[in-house]
Design a protein around this ligand. Structure first.
Ligand SMILES: *Cc1c(COP(=O)(O)O)cnc(C)c1O
Length: 518
């Protein structure tokens, strides 16, 4: 329909050198305008908009022009290409408008998987984001006085409730063996405040800069950690313009090492949770109680970077020795920092909870303004905290996944296995371990049941790649020549998708076999 009409060249499009033979071919190409008038394309425009379709049409045509120039297309090939030009434009539009960031199914069994977006949000958090974000809100507005308000009051209220010790069963969250020391000052309801910044790295930066800029911070050499993605304590320290004063050795640091390091320039003692590794063997680390006593005695604040920072009793899922936020505060740590999207199970955020006077100094630091979070984060965080206040832990997906029993997971795995087993696909349900991830309890594992998939003709890596190619992509572990899928981190409503994806590995490879045989 576009053939045989010469037309002028347009600007901004590759105009290859023309030889006599392919000038004719160029003539057969429609103009962008002509292409846009084709019925199939007009339809596409009504759905996806003029701008995106025009851009895609230009791209498709310039590609054809290039193929003519390089001799890839002869008259016959061009004829064929032009017959499919509308669908080429449609494909291009679809590709240009599709999301880069999208859902995947996490079958790794790592609950707080940093590469897969850490904590999935509670439904109530999603509802609240929609509610707050679709209109205006009282983010920084006091509806009572009609004057300006502060954005951090919205969650400070709930943190106060959760950290005040009102909730008796939270009292000893974490650190199962050590009881709350009786000598430590128990913070009262009003002396603990909380502010929120963009992530825990930002929280540590803000704490160090506010409390120790230009002065020294004492840290054990055994705690100079790197958390994945370039969060290194010495680097953050340098950026905060505090001076790192390392004490002790990699494996052993005593309270006396801290004592000796304190001088008139010391502004802060810092304890960092060893989130992603363990030191075993000949080791020593002062108890937090000893650090608290030293900090009180010398009148130097003690900040603890908890990393994960549980707001619930981890012993309920069989994990001990992971510090809880409440425990540290009640023991007398001045300020704790922790992530919003690790064990708390909420949105990405960095939380600073502690002595009201120190938190007030951080709030008035101009860095706080630069590191602050938006209304979407406050909405999601407030909804997540409300679930804690209501003690509705199962509403928070990460907590719900932690609490799933091996038997429940096994039952679902059996049901999936039943549906996908075949002559070429070997699917077993075996014992295994899930991990919490996100730098929480590096040594703690949760017993689970795994789907172990292997294929007669395909390697485990190939099977895993096919699962990733599914829509939505399914991310699994590969171990000892098998693909392992842990349903602990798969939402039950995604089980049928898993069945479909695994079955599809089978049908594609069956087709391939038939073709090979022919
Ligand atoms: C995870 C972690 C961080 C970094 O937290 P983000 O929220 O990812 O910025 C810092 N310190 C410790 C101990 C951690 O575990």
């Amino acid at each position: 329909m576009w053939r045989g009409r010469p037309r002028p060249r347009r600007h901004g499009i590759i105009s290859p050198v023309k030889s006599g033979a392919n000038t004719d071919l160029y003539r057969k190409l429609p103009s962008v305008d002509e292409l846009l008038r084709a019925p199939a394309i007009a339809d596409l425009i009504s759905r996806e908009g003029q701008a995106a379709v025009t851009e895609s049409a230009r791209l498709v045509l310039s590609r054809l022009r290039e193929e003519i120039a390089t001799g890839l297309l002869d008259a016959e090939g061009l004829e064929l290409a032009l017959s499919g030009v509308a669908s080429a434009v449609e494909r291009e539009v679809r590709q240009s408008l599709c999301f880069s960031l999208r859902n995947v199914i996490n079958a790794t069994g790592v609950i707080l998987h940093t590469n897969l977006g850490r904590a999935p949000l509670a439904l109530s958090a999603l509802d609240d984001i929609r509610e707050v974000a679709s209109g205006y809100s009282n983010l920084e507005f006091d509806t009572e006085t009609g004057g300006r308000g502060k954005r951090d009051v919205h969650v400070d209220r709930l943190f106060r409730k959760l950290l005040s010790g009102e909730m008796a069963e939270l009292r000893s969250a974490g650190r199962a063996r050590a009881p709350v020391p009786t000598l430590a000052p128990v913070p009262t309801l009003n002396s603990i405040s909380t502010i929120v910044v963009n992530n825990n790295a930002a929280a540590v930066l803000l704490a160090l800069n506010t409390l120790a800029e230009g002065g020294e911070v004492v840290v054990s050499r055994g705690e100079l950690v790197e958390i994945g993605g370039s969060f290194r304590i010495p680097d953050v320290m340098a950026k905060s313009r505090a001076i790192l004063r390392e004490v002790g050795t990699t494996n052993r640091t005593r309270i006396a090492d801290y004592e000796r390091a304190i001088n008139e320039n010391t502004r802060l003692l810092l304890r960092v949770h060893r989130s992603n590794f363990q030191i075993t063997g000949f080791t020593e680390q002062p108890r937090i109680e000893d650090l608290i006593a030293l900090a009180n005695q010398r009148n130097i604040p003690l900040v603890e970077d908890l990393g994960s920072g549980a707001l619930f009793d981890l012993r309920s899922v069989g994990v001990s020795d992971e510090p809880g936020v409440l425990y540290s505060l009640q023991a007398g740590v001045d300020v704790v920092t922790y992530s919003g999207d690790k064990l708390l199970g909420g949105p990405q955020a960095g939380v600073l909870s502690g002595r009201a006077d120190l938190i007030a100094r951080m709030r008035s630091n101009s860095l706080f303004r630069a590191l602050r979070v938006d209304k979407l984060t406050y909405a999601a965080l407030e909804a997540t905290l409300l679930a804690y206040v209501k003690r509705d832990h199962d509403a928070i997906p990460a907590l719900r996944m932690m609490r799933l029993s091996k038997e429940e997971i096994g039952k679902r795995a059996d049901a999936v296995a039943e549906k996908v087993r075949s002559a070429t696909l070997r699917v077993e349900v075996i014992d295994g371990e899930s991990v919490i991830g996100g730098g929480a309890a590096p040594s703690a594992v949760l017993p689970t049941r795994l789907l172990a998939v292997s294929h007669k003709a395909l390697s485990a890596d190939e099977v895993a790649a096919r699962l990733r190619a599914f829509d939505p992509p399914i991310i699994a572990r590969v171990e000892e020549g098998r693909v392992l899928l842990d349903l602990r981190t798969v939402f039950p409503e995604q089980d049928p998708l898993l069945v479909e994806a695994i079955a599809r590995i089978e049908s594609r490879s069956a087709k391939a076999r038939i073709q090979n045989a022919e």
